[in-house]
Write a protein that binds this ligand. Sequence first.
Ligand SMILES: Cc1ncc(C[n+]2csc(CCOP(=O)(O)OP(=O)(O)O)c2C)c(N)n1
Length: 482
Amino acid sequence: MAAMWLARRAARRLPPLLSRQGGEPTRPWFLGSTAPPPVLGSPPLPAVERIFRRGFCSVRRFAGESSAAAAADADEEEPENGFAGGDQAIDFPGGKVSFMAEMNFLPESHGERIKCYRVLDDDGKTISGSRFQEVSKEVAVKMYSEMVTLHIMDNIFYEAQRQGRISFYLTSNGEEAINIASAAALSIDDIVLPQYREPGVLMWRGFTLQEFANQCFGNNMDYGKGRQMPIHYGSNRLNYFTVSSPIATQLPHAVGAAYSLKMDKKDACAITYFGDGGTSEGDFHAALNFAAVMEAPVIFFCRNNGWAISTPTTEQFRSDGVVIRGQAYGIRGIRVDGNDALAVYSAVHAAREMAIAEGRPILVEALTYRVGHHSTSDDSTKYRPVDEIEHWRTARDPISRYRKWVQGNDWWSDAEESELRSRVRKELLQAIQVAERMQKPPVAELFTDVYDQVPSNLREQEQLLRDTIMKHPADYPTDVPV
Ligand SMILES: Cc1ncc(C[n+]2csc(CCOP(=O)(O)OP(=O)(O)O)c2C)c(N)n1
């Protein structure tokens, strides 16, 4: 009976919506939209109207209502959603859903953009009323020192590439706070699955400048045995998966790693980093969905730096950034100022606690800007204005902003600053010299570590490579033992 009544009420509400006179419907068509509602029903009759008229009429026929009975209902008071009575919701698979009589489409946006959590203002002062995780002097100073170290390492390795000493490099310029502050909020037992612009996380965990240099020079001490391009760092010891250049492939892996931590009842989570460009990959969506339904303790950390090589975010997605998408998958999230070390630290600290204690994924979107070129293979001045880059490099620099706060607490001095900078520079130049002089892994290593027993086709390839090197020695590096 209730269903019949619902159908009758729905049918009765149709005429104003589909008015042939072209008058305004009585209710907003698109929730929250400022655009005028479309007027359906102006001649010629649009297909959608024909469908709805047919649909609603057939419901009335099914309900077996007479027009007299419908007319008798006409004066009844209407509730807000167009329905009255008890049966306004049905247990569909997935839960109870209420009905509405209006054909209201969900809006494409909420109008106002999701707010961004921030602790430090542009001058490095804590914003009044801001809530953040306390940091000890020791941690605060280590965070600052490592942000500076990362910046210097980037500049020196970048130069080394320009001098032809390494084949490739990619900086984290402008994203030092994201790197170091997020790492500082984690525990060493948390498993990191990086993209490629997060070497600071590894640095925080104790990867030495010499280890960074060994990887970039692909020498005998490189854990990847020289088989990868520079910047593909990884460390078993430090729970840091080897960098994955194919975008977003690390995200589903992170969900699996997090789920295994949960099964083992470990007091740890997984964290995976990715850029705004990575969110267009299918792996991003698969990973978020899996994490939500499996209740995996994983932190999805998106570095939304505005650019995916030359693709700006306006061409990447039309959603309000990335954090909003968490909701669609049933994942809690926060948008944070990625150039504010204290905000990043506090958000990741809280995310980690929730992920582990409640067994759930958390999405963190850090808003920032890629100050450097995408990599040494890129010239970003070809596709974005130089003054935009300069603005972010100077006025919005996360390092100087955080320094003001640390120095404002009397935890840092100008003398310490110059001592740090000259020490790190010296250590790096020394590390590069050592790495450069060290022998390269022998050719044979190219074919190991995948199969327990090297299969015959790979042995053939190895022989072919040796023969080719012997035949054309000038085309091959002399420092790789054949
Ligand atoms: C699956 C895949 N597609 C394309 C590429 C080429 N590629 C390398 S980096 C990059 C841009 C990634 O941008 P984003 O994820 O925003 O990270 P960012 O470089 O800005 O830190 C692309 C498209 C790739 N490495 N992997």
